[in-house]
Design a protein around this ligand. Structure first.
Ligand SMILES: [Zn+2]
Length: 244
């Protein structure tokens, strides 16, 4: 017997960073299952890969791997809303007493937090040499985290010089030397490392500022603690926390 085919609805949205309009559909039960299995595991890179795979199969007209992280997070929230609903009940710890409270998170209330300051993607190193920066993709970052065994939410990781250099290496898109523009195709990763080692601490700090000052997608979460009545105001951020 031929069973009826379930039509999947399509939606459109405009990505906040690149401005492109894209079409998307909810993910299906079978697709969600593989993501949930990945979320259960400890392999951070596998989780990120699974999120990419899911976003990729549910969207049209977008190269998921080259998306700005903020666009990817936005898209993931949109997908989540049409696939599994606008709200999620999760246990959140009170900031004051630590008691866990059941809180309903409303994903439709997502917001953008602009960076504290604008950092130009072209950084001048000397009078004649500048670099043009790019943001490392989530896939690149998760690979670095895996190599150096870092948890994704570890903000201290940039203090480890090896990690810092690995990230910096992914951030240089072009080197501008006077009138000459040298792109990534023109140099190897090892040559770039040598170039980076010749920089001053100030120059490195300027480059890292670029990655540290990007707009963020957040979902606000407010609740009064049932134990101590403290009014908690929190912001949920980070791709992996948008799937709860
Ligand atoms: Zn409390």
């Amino acid at each position: 017997m031929n069973l009826p085919i379930i039509e999947t609805p399509m939606y459109t949205t405009q990505l906040p960073m690149c401005g492109n309009e894209i079409r998307y559909r909810p993910f299906l039960v079978g697709e969600q299952k593989t993501l949930l299995i990945a979320q259960e595991g400890d392999d951070q890179q596998n989780k990120v890969e699974e999120i990419f795979r899911l976003v990729d199969i549910c969207t049209d007209g977008v190269d998921v791997r080259s998306l700005h992280q903020t666009d990817l997070e936005y898209l993931f929230i949109k997908l989540r809303i049409v696939s599994v609903g606008e709200t999620s009940d999760v246990g959140m710890e009170c900031n004051n007493c630590g008691q866990e409270n059941q809180v309903s998170i409303e994903f439709e209330k997502y917001d953008f937090i602009p960076p504290e300051k604008e950092v130009n993607k072209i950084q001048k190193l000397t009078d004649t040499i500048s670099v043009e920066l790019r943001l490392p993709s989530l896939i690149e970052l998760s690979k670095i985290n895996k190599i150096y065994n870092i948890k994704s939410d570890d903000d201290e990781s940039l203090e480890n010089p090896e990690v810092m250099f690995a990230i910096l290496n992914k951030m240089i898109d072009k080197i501008i030397n006077g009138d000459e523009v040298i792109t990534r195709d023109d140099f190897t990763s090892e040559e770039l490392d040598k170039f980076l080692e010749g920089m001053t601490i100030d120059m490195l700090a300027g480059i890292l500022e670029y990655v540290q000052h990007q707009p963020k997608m957040v979902v606000p979460c407010e609740f009064k603690c049932s134990h101590c009545e403290h009014d908690n105001k929190m912001l949920i951020e980070g791709l992996e926390n948008f799937f709860v």
